[in-house]
Design a protein around this ligand. Structure first.
Ligand code: GDP
Ligand code: MG
Length: 651
């Protein structure tokens, strides 16, 4: 079987990703007619919403063969609201191509993508596109990339623009030139032999240099920089050759057992639920029993399909390195590790949605179908955190921004034919206990039931989340009942006394008892939320608000206005960095005050300024700005009513 390489292409909006994907497919003979994003014919933009807007929303895979190697291209969404899709697609990537448009230079979004790439330690290559634009100063762009990304970069090509404006690219290795010296100088930092030769003016053997270069690129230390004019298919063969030469994965040991990672779940009208997986080792047959490490259970898959854009082809077997879609997999979630082999866990999903929004159907009778639709979409994207408050007939989801709302609205219409209204989104606050407190819960009436617990709650350090442990022996409370307490805690913390999720809390089970005769399974599930709510009431809670990291670029002339805006939004920032006539500012802003700032800034600057925001942390909010929300459903503080409802649900 062929070697496979999986490539994620990341870029700011409009850098030319979709155009590049088309050019790669065309060049390798996979596409006879070059698709065109401007005309809505690009193969990798297949959702109606993408064709309409000319932007890519959902990562789609296309593949082609070049020199006997299977290339999988993962075209990732460009907009900041979809960072989670970007991170997910990187689960499957062997290398990342970071595209930067020469006309736009390093954008704030480029920098935030760079942070993700660096954090995940994925080998990467920078592709500077649109160098055919006559107003572009290529040297300046490269300098900007080196300064802004602060990383060792090796420029691999010389650019010559011919009389007729045609762009010519040549390898730096083909002749003596300044860039070749720079290349050796960079390598000298990683190899003593090269350093010596370089210092003493000796001739450096190209073979030796290329081997050091290759190693450091694969270690994600050195980043190659290449050029392209995607629109005219210039630079495509050089790009492919560089990838083959430097980044081809080693032969994977097929003796190892099967292991894979799930990077996407989606629903297909024809095949139902599909899990997209990247096979890390071993192989997978159709109808194979597969072990899922998260749920510690096996499940039998049905079919295996190779993916090409929105089309699928059945295959009997898939091997290490490949990306495939499997059907019949009902329990898999994004991020799951499959198989019994231990694999490196370099991925953590830290994209935290900061807005919650209520969704309504325009036609009242479509309320239930809408709930079903959201349930299904939530399986594909657990970050939506869909909540269905049945008593209130309310449907709520979490989102990252207003663009995501527009996209979701359109997806629901296209896929389920439901017209929706999204209410004004609200910031997601959290609450945390103010002091240490205890609560004693004696759930022994109305019989039959018996669950007695004493819980201690304590404030915990910022960002520490929820910590639980038990000091009670199994003689007092049987292990199976203690497990009920532990299992119920996340649920009980979903809404605290101020209506928000509770975090940065330490909970200890300090005392309690079960009863040989009267305790039934589920009793401790009923008792735990009552104990927790009472303890929180005793401790009182304070609110935390989401804080965003921001990076802003603007013309220097509006610095004064920006500084004043940041103060008004209760923000803080570091010393601005000046770059020619532009400034770059990084800092922090509360999400609640800055939600609409990107739009305000764009109009203030006539489109010349740009701000990139990303979730940073939850921090205490001044009481004056705190927002308290009503409890949804029946609060465990309303004891009698709550017990009645909980018992009906359990027994
Ligand atoms: P994406 O948002 O990154 O997927 O970018 P697209 O592929 O949709 O391209 C954005 C725009 O840039 C389109 O109008 C393309 O035709 C144009 N474009 C793409 N590559 C080039 C290039 O190399 N040179 C020029 N001048 N324009 C390009
Ligand atoms: Mg695109």
């Amino acid at each position: 079987m062929n070697t496979t390489i999986n490539i994620a292409i990341l870029a700011h909006v409009d850098a030319g990703k979709t155009t590049l994907t088309e050019a790669l497919l065309y060049h390798t003979g996979e596409l006879r007619k070059l698709g065109n994003v401007d005309k809505g014919t690009a193969v990798s933009d297949f959702l109606p919403v993408e064709k309409d807007r000319g932007i890519s929303v959902v990562a789609s895979n296309v593949s082609f063969n070049y020199q006997g190697i299977d290339f999988n291209i993962i075209d990732t969404p460009g907009h900041a609201d979809f960072v989670s899709e970007v991170e997910r697609s990187l689960i499957a990537a062997d290398i990342v191509i970071l595209m930067i448009s020469a006309s736009d230079g390093v954008q704030a979004q480029t920098r935030s993508l760079w942070q993700i790439i660096e954090k995940l330690r994925i080998p990467k290559l920078i592709l500077v596109n649109k160098i055919d634009n006559i107003t572009v100063d290529i040297e300046r762009v490269v300098l900007e990339i080196k300064t802004e990304l602060k990383t060792p970069i090796v420029v691999r090509q010389n650019v010559n623009i011919a009389e007729d404006k045609h762009v010519l690219l040549s390898s730096i290795l083909s002749a003596e030139n300044e860039l070749k010296d720079e290349y050796y100088e960079t390598l000298a930092d990683y190899d003593d032999e090269i350093l010596n030769d370089f210092l003493q003016g000796n001739i450096i053997t190209e073979q030796k240099a290329e081997s050091v270069y290759k190693t450091e690129c694969r270690n994600a230390i050195i980043t190659p920089l290449l050029y392209s004019v995607a629109k005219k298919s210039i630079g495509i063969p050089d790009l492919l050759d560089e990838i083959v030469k430097v980044f081809l994965p080693d032969n994977i040991n097929s003796d190892l057992g099967f292991s894979a990672r799930v990077f996407k779940i989606s629903h297909n009208a024809l095949f139902g639920r599909m899990a997209f997986i990247k096979i890390i080792s071993g192989s997978l047959h159709k109808k194979q029993e597969v072990y899922n490490q998260r749920i510690a259970d096996t499940e039998k898959i049905n079919l295996i399909k190779r993916i090409f854009s929105n089309r699928f082809f059945d295959i009997e077997e898939a091997i290490a390195g490949q990306i495939v879609a499997v059907t019949g997999f009902m329990n898999a979630r994004v991020g799951d590790v499959l198989g019994e082999v231990n694999v490196e866990q370099r991925f953590e999903f830290n994209t935290v949605p900061i807005l919650t929004v209520e969704v309504k159907s325009v036609e009242k009778e479509k309320y239930a179908p809408l709930a079903q639709a959201l349930l299904q979409m939530n399986m594909e994207d657990p970050l939506l955190n869909f909540r269905w408050f049945k008593d209130e007939q309310q449907l709520h989801i979490n989102v990252n921004g207003k663009i995501q709302i527009q996209i979701l609205q359109r997806l629901i219409k296209d896929r389920y034919d439901i017209e929706t209204v999204f209410e004004t989104p609200s910031i997601i606050y959290k609450e945390t206990p103010k002091t240490v407190a205890f609560a004693y819960e004696e759930y022994t009436m109305p019989k039959p039931c018996w669950a007695v617990i004493k819980l201690k709650v304590e404030p915990a350090p910022r960002g520490s989340g929820v910590e639980y442990h038990s000091e009670v022996g199994v003689n007092d409370i049987l292990l199976k009942y203690q497990k009920e307490v532990e299992r119920t805690i996340p649920l009980a913390l979903e809404q605290g006394i101020k209506g928000w999720g509770v975090t940065d809390i330490k909970i200890t089970l300090v005392d309690g008892e079960d009863h040989v005769m009267h305790s039934r399974s589920g009793d401790f599930v009923v008792a735990t939320p009552m104990a927790i709510m009472n303890a929180l009431k005793e401790a009182d809670t304070e609110l935390l608000e989401p804080i965003m990291k921001f990076n802003l670029q603007a013309p220097e002339s509006i610095l004064g206005q920006i500084v004043s805006d940041i103060h008004k939004m209760r923000g803080e920032f570091e010393q601005p960095v000046f770059f020619e006539d532009k400034i770059s500012i990084t800092g922090k802003l509360p999400a609640s005050t800055s939600m609409d700032y990107p739009v305000a800034l764009a109009s203030l600057s006539g489109g010349k300024a740009f701000i990139q925001m990303q979730f940073d942390s939850y921090q205490l909010v001044d009481e004056r700005f705190a927002v308290i929300r009503e409890f949804r459903g029946i609060s465990p503080l309303h004891r009698a009513k709550y017990i009645l409802k909980a018992r009906n649900a359990i027994h």
